[in-house]
Each structure stands twice: as structure tokens, then as C-alpha cells.
Design a protein around this ligand. Structure first.
Ligand SMILES: NC(=O)c1ccc[n+]([C@@H]2O[C@H](COP(=O)([O-])OP(=O)(O)OC[C@H]3O[C@@H](n4cnc5c(N)ncnc54)[C@H](O)[C@@H]3O)[C@@H](O)[C@H]2O)c1
Length: 325
């Protein structure tokens, strides 16, 4: 009998891709989502016998218990996502990202799920003292936003659970995501740069020298599948950065990649000396332990965004529905 996976936040940017990957691999998938941004990214899945949807809130125990019935593994993606969204509504961010996650894990453990994959973020590393060094999973966490603080708090909660618990947690620290999904987002660096320049607008870049790692939405979703399929000894009570060491970019380097496709792009650089998000990350652990390798690199994502805009797939790319705030 195929395993049954619960994807929280399965209607979101990453979750809608992950849900399809799991269904394609023959899993039964249940999504719980409050549909903050609507349910269009998964509407067609309601036709499939292996897919179930529970409209619910991960902060509500009754909703969570209903969603957890008969589940083998949980992929926990539901959250208030990103610094601006968390800063806009701190109480909602804390109750959803921290309290909701803790309750979800407790119910998963009690109701017999064996794995709990948590979507965390490389933003947990905060500002590096020396951006020429690469941070690893062992490096100190120094969150500089409420968003990252909520993710660090949940990691600490999960990793401090008794090792004897039936439900074994794994924390995945995602790189900043980009690329096409059933819920397109144009408020993410690579997607935004590609969109603005593809539409012929002038792009103003603040702090072009700051480093961050990037990963395609399709690859981030694949990393969750890898953990679900890995043997428990390889992933239980462990943390993995998700990305590739060669995919750390300064903002200027991303712009240079866009300019290769749009040579007449108009760009203005504004100098900025401080950015809390300045870090380079090493990704050897996930490669060595799980054999995880990327399928896409930043230039692929830029090409994909340019194509959907050039070909008119998206009628109004400035619509607020393509942003989290
Ligand atoms: N986007 C990134 O760059 C990035 C980077 C690192 C980590 N992550 C993490 O990956 C996960 C998914 O991110 P995303 O980009 O797909 O975000 P998203 O905002 O597109 O999706 C989040 C989903 O969660 C749902 N949700 C929010 N609150 C809920 C609640 N209380 N109950 C049930 N559902 C709720 C929303 O309706 C939405 O469908 C998040 O945990 C995020 O923190 C994202």
C-alpha cells in the first residue's frame, strides 16, 4: 500500500509543486491549507483519487487531527512566509509559525506519523561576520528578523524532542527560492529581477554586493521528497541546507545573468553598506548524505520567467496575488 503524506501549505508556491511530485511518484497526498492566496494552484488535483484536501488552519487542533488521520509522513510548509509578511502581522506569524508547528508535531507523533519534514530557511544564519566564509549546518544561527526567529524556534523545539519519539523530525534550511510554480511569485529576488527587466522597466538594485544562496522551487520540492524516501537513520533529528554551493550569488551576479538574455536592460545600482541578509552557504552535507543534486540553476529560472512573460502566459504580472505582501 502506498504511503500517505500530509502536506501543510500545499496550495502555496512550493507546496503546490511538492504535492504534484509526490502524486507523480505514486504517493497518496492530503493537503491542509487555509487558502490565504486561494486554491487555484491545486484545483485540478481535486479530480484525482489519490488526492484529498482539508480546508483548515494549522493552529486549530481539530483541523489538524482531521488532517492527520492515517498519515505516515508530514511535510510541514504552512507558514507566514518572509520578513515583510511576518513584520506586517507579528502575532499571526508567531501563532502560525511557532505554536501551530509545535502542535502539529505533537499531534503527528501521537497519531502515528513516522517522519516530520520541516521547511526552515537559510535566513536562520543571519549576517555573517566574514561573508568570504561559507556557513554550514554547524554554524551559529543569528536570525535578524521575526520570520527567521520563528523558524529557529521550531527547529530547536523539534530537535529537542525525545529521540525515542515515533515521529522523527528533519529540518530543511531552504535557500531563497525562485522559478515557476502553480502559484507564481514575483516578490522573490530572481523572479522579480527577471520580470522587471523582461517588461522593459528600469531595475533599481540596492546593495549589489550582498551574497545569498538560491534554489529553484522544483529542486526545493525534490529535497522534501528525498527526505521522505531516505532511510530514517540518514535523516532523523538532523538538519540539511538545501541548495548547491555553486549557487551562492551576489545580487549583481544575478543581474549579469539576466543581462545575458536582455542586453538592453536598464539597471541602476544604489550603494548600501548594511544588509542583514549577507551569507554564503555550503551544501555538501545534503549532496554527500542523500545524493541530492540540483536540476536547475539560476540562469534556467531566469529563462523560464522571461518565456512565460514574453509569451503572455500571465496577463497581469503586477497583480498583488503574485506577492506575499
Ligand atoms: N519562499 C522562500 O524563499 C522560502 C525560503 C525558505 C523557506 N521557505 C519555507 O517554505 C515553506 C513554503 O513557502 P512558500 O514560498 O510556498 O509560501 P506560500 O506563502 O506560497 O505558501 C504558504 C501556504 O501556507 C498556507 N497557510 C498559511 N497559514 C496557514 C495556516 N495557519 N493554516 C493552514 N495553511 C496556512 C497558505 O495559505 C499558503 O498556501 C514555508 O514554510 C516557508 O517558510 C520558503
Amino acid at each position: 500500500m502506498s504511503k500517505k503524506i500530509l502536506v501543510t501549505g500545499g496550495a502555496g508556491y512550493i507546496g503546490s509543486v511538492l504535492t504534484r511530485q509526490l502524486l507523480d511518484k505514486g504517493y497518496k497526498v492530503r493537503v491542509i491549507d487555509s487558502l490565504m492566496y486561494g486554491g487555484e494552484p491545486i484545483i485540478d488535483l481535486l479530480n484525482l483519487p489519490d488526492f484529498e484536501f482539508v480546508k483548515g488552519d494549522v493552529r486549530n487542533e481539530a483541523d489538524v487531527r482531521k488532517a492527520m488521520e492515517g498519515i505516515d509522513c508530514v511535510a510541514h510548509l504552512a507558514a507566514i512566509v518572509g520578513d515583510p509578511a511576518c513584520a506586517q502581522n507579528p502575532e499571526l506569524a508567531k501563532t502560525t509559525n511557532i505554536k501551530g508547528s509545535e502542535m502539529l508535531y505533537k499531534v503527528a507523533n501521537e497519531m502515528g506519523a513516522s517522519k516530520f519534514v520541516f521547511a526552515s530557511t537559510c535566513s536562520n544564519y543571519g549576517k555573517m561576520d566574514d561573508p568570504n566564509q561559507f556557513v554550514t549546518e554547524e554554524s551559529t544561527l543569528a536570525p535578524v528578523s521575526l520570520y527567521a526567529e520563528t523558524k529557529v524556534a521550531v527547529e530547536q523545539f523539534l530537535l529537542s524532542q525525545p529521540q525515542s519519539n515515533n515521529c522523527k523530525p528533519t529540518c530543511l534550511r531552504f535557500s531563497t527560492v525562485y522559478g515557476l510554480s502553480l502559484r507564481p511569485r514575483f516578490d522573490l529576488t530572481v523572479n522579480e529581477f527577471a520580470k522587471e527587466l523582461a517588461l522593459g522597466r528600469e531595475l533599481v538594485i540596492f546593495g549589489e554586493q550582498f551574497w545569498r544562496p538560491y534554489c529553484h522551487v522544483y529542486d526545493l520540492a525534490r529535497s522534501v521528497v528525498s527526505v521522505i524516501e531516505a532511510s530514517a537513520e540518514l535523516v532523523s533529528f538532523d538538519v540539511f541546507n538545501v541548495g548547491d554551493t555553486s549557487e551562492n550569488y551576489q545580487k549583481k551576479m544575478i543581474v549579469d545573468e539576466v543581462v545575458k538574455l536582455i542586453p538592453d536592460a536598464k539597471i541602476k545600482y544604489v550603494s548600501k553598506n548594511e544588509d542583514p541578509r549577507d551569507y554564503r552557504v555550503a551544501f555538501e552535507k545534503i549532496k554527500n548524505k542523500l545524493g541530492f543534486e540540483l536540476m536547475f540553476k539560476v540562469p534556467d529560472g531566469i529563462r523560464q520567467i522571461k518565456k512565460v512573460l514574453d509569451d503572455g502566459f500571465i496577463l497581469n504580472p503586477d497583480d498583488n496575488k503574485y506577492k506575499n505582501v
